[in-house]
Design a binder for this molecule. Structure first.
Ligand SMILES: NC(=O)c1ccc[n+]([C@@H]2O[C@H](COP(=O)([O-])OP(=O)(O)OC[C@H]3O[C@@H](n4cnc5c(N)ncnc54)[C@H](O)[C@@H]3O)[C@@H](O)[C@H]2O)c1
Length: 249
């Protein structure tokens, strides 16, 4: 297969949350390969630093995205070093399973604090830079689970549903400033974490029965869609939710 390069992404400053592993690491690598200036944050300090060390010019800081001041501080500091952020990929999430009826109010709030709040906080932090730059692109990583609503992950699913709505609301509010806001909804993507906890051969066989395309969805498949939504190729797309699920029709 041969994949696109996007001239508009060269030297563009891209900020990615949860970039140390999984789809986030692929996002970091793919944007870097396009010639973008990439900044990313993650709570995995060593893994994140190791990735940054491999990619010339990449900016990394270890932090917990539930700390709003740390997150907005990192965005400001990255912009000082690399320039105003004009692409934001809100990728971070935590899909830890929980039983709804046994979930405390604190645990529920913690679920939203990692899965939803950083999307709003990072987006509002980059918006002034994007407006001043004459525009920008925000890509929110949602999930097909927002549409399917599986059991055992109520906080995650609710957060993803909220991200879909927030995507539209911010797209409308900021469109006049040239700031585009779109969502991506991956199907089951083969990451290390999914393989470790949930993607057993049996589960994968069951998934394969449900989808039109009989190949694994890889982190790069999601990252490549994010490249498109961040690039000028999608300049008249906003408020959309691009589903990449191998055709779970
Ligand atoms: N993998 C899938 O099958 C799948 C399917 C649909 C949607 N998604 C979405 O894609 C995105 C990436 O998913 P993934 O599978 O790569 O997830 P992952 O769990 O493999 O990676 C998430 C990254 O975020 C980091 N992180 C988690 N909590 C953090 C916190 N509080 N502070 C800082 N960093 C934190 C982790 O260290 C990790 O590097 C998420 O938004 C997820 O909801 C994934």
């Amino acid at each position: 297969m041969a994949f696109a390069t996007y001239p508009s992404l060269v030297d563009r400053v891209v900020f990615i949350t949860g970039g140390a592993s999984g789809i986030g690491a692929s996002l970091v690598e793919q944007f870097h390969a396009q010639g973008a200036k990439v900044a990313f944050v993650d709570r995995q300090a060593q893994t994140g630093q190791a990735l940054a060390d491999r990619l010339a010019g990449a900016w990394f800081r270890a932090l917990d995205v539930t700390d709003a001041a740390a997150l907005t501080g990192a965005i400001a500091d990255a912009a000082q070093v690399l320039g105003p952020v004009t692409v934001l990929v809100n990728n971070v999430a935590d899909d830890t399973r929980h039983v709804a009826a046994e979930t405390s109010a604190e645990a529920w709030r913690a679920g939203l604090a990692v899965n939803l709040d950083p999307v709003f906080i990072a987006s509002t932090a980059v918006y002034p830079m994007m407006r001043q730059a004459g525009g920008g692109a925000i890509v929110n990583v949602s999930s097909i689970n927002a549409l399917w609503g599986p059991a055992g992950m109520a906080a995650y699913v609710a957060a993803k549903g909220a991200i879909n709505s927030l995507t539209k609301s911010l797209a409308r509010e900021w469109g006049g400033d040239g700031v585009r806001v779109n969502a991506l909804s991956p199907g089951w993507v083969v990451t290390d974490r999914q393989l470790e906890f949930w993607l057993t051969p049996e589960a994968e066989a069951e998934w394969a029965k449900q989808v039109a395309l009989k190949d694994r969805i890889l982190p790069d498949d999601i990252a490549r869609a994010a490249l498109f939504l961040a690039s000028d190729e999608s300049r008249m797309m906003t408020g959309q939710n691009l589903v990449i699920d191998a055709g779970r029709l």
